[in-house]
Design a protein around this ligand. Sequence first.
Ligand SMILES: *Cc1c(COP(=O)(O)O)cnc(C)c1O
Length: 255
Amino acid sequence: MNERPESPAPRGSGQDRRDDLARRLARVRETVAAACAAAGRDVAEVDLLAVTKTVPAADVAILCGLGLRDFGENRAQEAAQKVEEVAGLVPDAAPRWFFVGGLQRNKARVVVPWVTRVESLDSARLADALDAQARRAVDDGLREGPLPVLLQYSVDGDPDRGGVAREGLGALAAHVSGLPGLRLDGLMAVAPLGAEPDEAFADVAAAFSALRDDHPSARVLSAGMSADLEVAIRHGSTCVRVGTALVGERRIASR
Ligand SMILES: *Cc1c(COP(=O)(O)O)cnc(C)c1O
């Protein structure tokens, strides 16, 4: 396992990178605004979550300076380190961190102290682990209230890619609602590779609607990435998770 994010490579001057990120951010905001307009929705209904996995802390600091506040990470250890680095680089920025990747139960304690919301909750066992850590963090004064979570819904039901299949969604939602350390805020989904995004997000919207029938306070639908955010917005997404379009191709190097 020596797949690791490449260390921050020279990318021209800091100013060049800042200009590049500013241009990209403007383009993403335009795309989101156009998709909202096309869907007859208010742009204020759709949050932008910048997915910064494999992206160096220096870039996150630049994005904070450009007015972004919400960042998504998918590896516990990488994220924990980045949270600290960004706090050192831009101490006044107050970024909020979202966890969007597969999470092992024994990593719950790494994530809970700094995470604003876990979007990838897909099993009762992980829920129990997060609940225990969240309650402990409240006792220790590290958190104030229950930890907001989204259930990750698997459109194709393939367990290898994370997420809970449609049949399991109701039971997992009921389980999470019974845990005092967690707060069920909604649903997250990724369109399966090769799937028709329109069909995939129509299915996601139906699953979200069923969830809300039983849990009206679950208002967040986190759906849509760089390649399919317009379709997701058309199907009611309230949070798009954008990586590539914002920061460029991820570069993973072995070392
Ligand atoms: C990487 C990732 C994203 C962002 O994907 P892009 O195609 O780079 O925009 C969104 N959501 C999750 C869960 C991810 O892992």
